[in-house]
Design a binder for this molecule. Structure first.
Ligand code: TXA
Ligand code: MG
Length: 333
């Protein structure tokens, strides 16, 4: 079992930094989801991330940098920073925004999964920042950290989720810092800044309008040649149970037809809907931020009841729900 330590204990943060400097893996909280971190400049350590996740080596990882001197941190990994990217950094860092920038030659090649670009993010979570700072004192410039889940599965938003994902890793192979539940709850918004104009690769809790306002120019449509992102695979974030999205009317009709036969179908809906007696259910919050915050934990919880189906009410059509809608569509794919 991984070693689970309370992040409020300064000794735990110090131990995490030491382990990272020595090439080991650390599970740590960020404001979005928990990450599985390793020294981004240590190829052997970064390969441990790919092994632990079962993630193909050509799926690039995000490198996390400390908040104190973001420009120096960016310059360590990126060859150039276009003006609109700099404006996004000023507006949203530290925070749930990842920028894809042209990669400085020869650095963090394994983390970048062979791309000539690099994903950079400066997290807002105090524990992530404390670990980044402590590791920096030991010569670690950045932490490669994908979400701390097995490839293709639901991202973790609590330390317990991370431990459950990696029970096969021993306490010497993985230290997990418990910093409580993540506040954003879905992964960062990813903006590709290598194409002359900002391109949205993965929606998150920042809306396109917010990104365009801060960048000072419109988002450009994604094209075929956009670099791959596993968060953009059609089927991802999937629980074991099958997820299906329906509107309230469809849900009511389906439950009515099935009656008590539907007690093995879990329900996650905003609208009042009469599910089968005994069926596991959770009420979806009215607002997107609260739904994002609990989404992955709810999917895990409903999944753990052993149901074969999870029926979810389709989120509203508005831009604030883009991130939640995207994750649910992928969970259902
Ligand atoms: O909120 C987050 O972004 C979390 C926390 C831990 O920071 N991390 C996260 O990492 O979601 P991951 O690896 O699960 O997703 C990162 C996404 C992947 O879809 C990856 O393909 C994409 O970022 N990505 C990273 N570097 C890239 C690059 N150079 N070009 C294109 N996509 C890249
Ligand atoms: Mg992920």
């Amino acid at each position: 079992m991984p070693l689970l330590l309370d992040a409020a204990d300064p000794a735990a943060v110090a131990q995490a930094a030491q382990r990272l400097a020595a090439g080991a893996l650390v599970g740590l909280p960020t404001e979005t989801v928990y990450g599985l971190a390793a020294n981004a400049d240590d190829a052997t350590a970064v390969r441990r991330i790919f092994d632990a996740k079962g993630r193909p080596a050509d799926h690039p990882l995000i490198v996390h940098v400390a908040p104190d001197d973001p420009r120096a941190a960016i310059d360590a990994y990126a060859r150039e920073v276009p003006g609109f990217a700099q404006r996004l950094i000023t507006a949203f860092w530290p925070g749930p925004l990842t920028l894809i920038l042209p990669r400085r030659e020869g650095v963090a090649a394994v983390a970048a999964g062979g791309q000539d670009s690099i994903g950079l993010r400066c997290p807002a979570h105090p524990v992530a920042q404390a670990v980044l700072r402590a590791a920096a004192k030991q010569g670690v410039r950045g932490l490669a950290a994908p979400s701390a889940n097995r490839f293709g599965r639901v991202s973790p938003t609590t330390a317990q989720h991370v431990v459950e994902e990696f029970t096969d890793l021993g306490d010497d192979a993985l230290l997990v810092l418990d910093g409580g539940a993540c506040t954003v709850g879905i992964e960062s918004t990813i903006v590709d800044c290598t194409r002359g104009a900002p391109v949205l690769l993965r929606p998150g809790m920042l809306t396109p309008a917010q990104i365009e306002a801060a960048a000072g120019q419109p988002l450009r449509e994604r094209d075929e040649a956009a670099p791959r992102a596993s968060g953009t695979l059609e089927s991802h974030y999937a629980p074991r149970a099958k997820v299906r999205l329906m509107d309230a009317k469809q849900l009511r009709a389906a439950f009515q037809v099935l009656g008590d036969d539907a007690k093995h179908i879990a329900l996650y809906a905003r609208s009042p809907i009469e599910a089968a007696r005994g069926a596991p259910r959770r009420r979806m919050p009215e607002n997107a931020a609260a739904t994002a915050q609990e989404l992955f934990a709810v999917l895990r919880e409903l999944d753990a009841t052993g149901v074969r189906l999870i029926w979810v009410e389709t989120p509203p059509d508005s831009a604030e729900w883009d991130g939640v809608r995207d994750r649910l569509n992928r969970a259902a794919a």
